[in-house]
Design a protein around this ligand. Structure first.
Ligand SMILES: [Fe+2]
Ligand SMILES: [Fe+2]
Length: 258
């Protein structure tokens, strides 16, 4: 029987990026969820196209944004983040059993918003003569998924609450860069992404606190412990405190950012 949790596996395994995004947008939220099922990991997660070539983050060159090539490279990097975000959201749904049903529905909806973000960026990229796969990309986001596959608390702490929250810090600056080279369409896409991403981080905060309460853990010290244990990429200022507040971070946490 297909359940909501098994229905995410075909798109997660799909290699073609556009076909993946379309399959995610076609997922039905009306399927039975079957929260208690322990599902075996199929080989090939996540399915990815042959291109882009994955390289170390340090090997990716920044090109001047005033050139079409430079702007395309930036849009490509953003599209790559969104493709990772699709897979990250889908992976939570099948992998982690015994969460409340709204948890799974939240992450399918998030995967659908990520699919929309990917499609918006990819269509824009195509409109300036490029496509997804044209530039090298890095695998930092999926590396964190791999590291945290054994514990839903670590996954939620380090993906939505750390990496997606980093996106909240960075997005306004990226939008300004695009607008400064008169890419108003790109700027509008980033406005949509920003609004949705506040929701994704808020969902991450909600479930992080829910799991901490269930395990009788202090959410503040636990987050510090998880950072020490998994050593993900460091947070870099400037922080978007307003967006982080909207996404449900506590004042105490904002102060700890420094
Ligand atoms: Fe996104
Ligand atoms: Fe997101």
């Amino acid at each position: 029987m297909t359940t909501l949790r098994t229905s995410v596996l075909p798109p997660l395994l799909t290699q073609n990026a556009v076909a993946k995004a379309q399959a995610v947008l076609a997922l039905s939220l009306d399927l039975p969820i079957d929260a208690s099922a322990q599902l075996a990991e199929p080989p090939g997660i996540p399915g990815r196209p042959n291109k882009p070539l994955l390289v170390h983050a340090k090997e990716i060159k920044q090109l001047p944004l005033v050139t079409t090539e430079g702007r395309a490279a930036l849009l490509h990097a953003l599209a790559h983040i969104e493709l990772n975000a699709i897979d990250l959201a889908l992976d939570v749904v099948w992998r982690f059993a015994d969460m409340p049903e709204p948890f799974y529905l939240d992450w399918v909806r998030i995967a659908q918003e990520e699919a929309l973000h990917f499609m918006l960026l990819r269509v824009h990229l195509v409109s300036i003569g490029h496509d997804y796969g044209d530039f090298p990309a890095h695998n930092t986001l999926w590396d964190i998924a791999e590291k945290t596959k054994g514990d839903v608390l670590a996954r939620i702490a380090l993906v939505p609450r750390l990496m997606e929250a980093r996106g909240l810090d960075a997005t306004p600056g990226v939008k300004n860069k695009l607008v400064s080279v008169r890419d108003l369409k790109g700027g509008k896409i980033l406005d949509i992404i920003m609004k949705d991403e506040i929701g994704h981080v808020a969902t991450g905060n909600h479930w992080y606190h829910w799991i901490c309460a269930q395990r009788q853990l202090d959410p503040i010290t636990t987050f510090a412990d998880l950072l020490a244990q998994y050593s993900p990429p460091k947070l870099r200022p400037p922080f978007n405190l307003e967006a982080r507040r909207l996404a449900g971070f506590l004042e105490e946490e904002l102060q700890l950012l420094g």
